[in-house]
Design a protein around this ligand. Structure first.
Ligand code: T46
Length: 137
């Protein structure tokens, strides 16, 4: 059996018309969980990478609504990356993935929908600790 990809992309319904674009993320559609927090990453300086952590429980949907960014996921064994450059695709990230964001374009706006409020205790910010965490669970 083929190994499942770490990259889970979902289609974001497009409801634009002659006036311009309109993209929809709603529960039962692109969103598989109720949203308790939304944040957006923007104005990241050229050459700067972000992330470098995992979450113990948090589920998120990341949509690059402008520009582009490369997001990589590592599950403790394998690493895969994807270029996000469309508001018509969202990347679902469950718990237990080390994530890194690289190659931000200057105009990148990465919108993130999360299923829980911000909680620093949910973060694992040390890669070796993350590897121990996944191999012990
Ligand atoms: C993730 C990736 C994709 C808050 O106070 N509230 C928030 O909701 C968030 C997300 C962050 N913060 C604070 C925590 C730090 O002092 O903002 C500061 C920057 O956060 P961080 O360095 O974690 O940002 P990124 O861009 O490395 O990671 C973020 C999310 O934190 C993370 O959950 O999965 O984007």
């Amino acid at each position: 059996m083929a190994t499942p990809s770490l990259i889970q992309l979902v289609d974001i319904p497009q409801r634009g018309d002659a006036r311009g674009g309109l993209s929809v993320a709603e529960i039962g559609g692109a969103l598989p969980f109720p949203v308790r927090r939304a944040y957006w990453i923007h104005g990241t300086h050229v050459g700067v990478s972000r992330g470098f952590h995992a979450h113990k429980k948090l589920r998120q949907l990341c949509v690059c609504v402008a520009g582009s960014v490369r997001l990589s996921l590592f599950d403790g064994r394998r690493e895969e990356s994807v270029l996000l450059n469309s508001s018509a695709k969202g990347l679902l990230i469950g718990p237990g993935f080390w994530r890194e964001m690289h190659d931000f374009s200057p105009d990148c706006v990465l919108m993130v929908f999360a299923d829980a409020e911000y909680d620093e205790a949910d973060y694992i910010r040390d890669r070796d600790q993350f590897i121990r965490h996944v191999h012990s669970s």
